[in-house]
Design a protein around this ligand. Structure first.
Ligand SMILES: Cc1cc2nc3c(=O)[nH]c(=O)nc-3n(C[C@H](O)[C@H](O)[C@H](O)COP(=O)(O)O)c2cc1C
Length: 195
């Protein structure tokens, strides 16, 4: 089983990476049959979508950069985890560039009437985020982005994990979030055993 972890924070060992690592720990400690691809989007060359429209007519994106590798990882993965800090109520620019480049999947489904990723066994999609503050509906916009992204890559929005007030307390000190993260991983591990 292939797990793809897309890290949207430009900070290594930050809150969202810590949360994602705990989910991964929950998966790997409860299922031996997993292969992890962990990608730091901020270290990859991913140009923003230029809306050239080529993917309305062709089953590919013409921009030649490291997004081409990510398309392959997306196609092959069984579980996709997107972990992004909350930036102005949405995902980080690094995560958004990657997600926008997945317009290719939307355009192929809608304009070419030929979805690129199909199959009854939907991928498992997990959204992870953390915000420095705490306020109502904080993650709504990010969650909508994740929902549309998962739909286009034939993934179920299976779980979400959000942490707040990281300005006051790093998530590693927020024990309830960490145990929730591990628990999400453990239940995904069990779900993967049934596939
Ligand atoms: C550009 C920028 C925008 C931010 N916008 C928000 C925001 O809208 N809401 C919020 O609660 N925190 C916001 N924050 C704080 C981060 O979401 C928070 O520090 C997060 O936990 C960082 O995750 P990381 O450690 O994985 O990078 C912002 C931080 C930056 C740098």
């Amino acid at each position: 089983m292939n797990i793809l972890l897309l890290l949207g924070s430009p900070r290594k060992n930050g809150n969202t990476e810590y949360m994602a690592d705990k989910v991964i720990e929950g998966i790997t400690e409860n299922n031996d049959n997993v292969n992890l691809n962990k990608l730091y989007l901020s270290k990859m060359k991913i140009s923003p979508c230029i809306a050239c429209g080529v993917c309305e007519k062709e089953p590919f994106c013409i921009l030649e950069d490291e997004m081409q590798d990510i398309y392959k990882y997306i196609k092959e993965c069984d579980v996709i985890i997107v972990a992004s800090p909350l930036y102005f109520c949405s995902v980080s620019a690094q995560a958004k560039a990657c997600i926008d480049r997945c317009q290719m999947y939307f355009n192929n489904r809608v304009f070419r009437k030929t979805p690129i990723i199909t199959g009854d066994n939907k991928k498992i999609g997990i959204a992870i985020s953390s915000g420095g503050s705490k306020y109502p509906n904080q993650f709504d916009c990010l969650e909508m982005t994740m929902k549309f992204f998962f739909t286009e890559i034939n993934a179920d929005f299976t779980a979400k994990l959000y942490a707040t007030e990281t300005d006051k307390k790093h998530v590693k000190e927020q024990t309830s979030v960490i145990s929730e993260a591990y628990e999400i991983g453990r239940s995904i591990a069990n779900e993967l055993k049934c596939r």
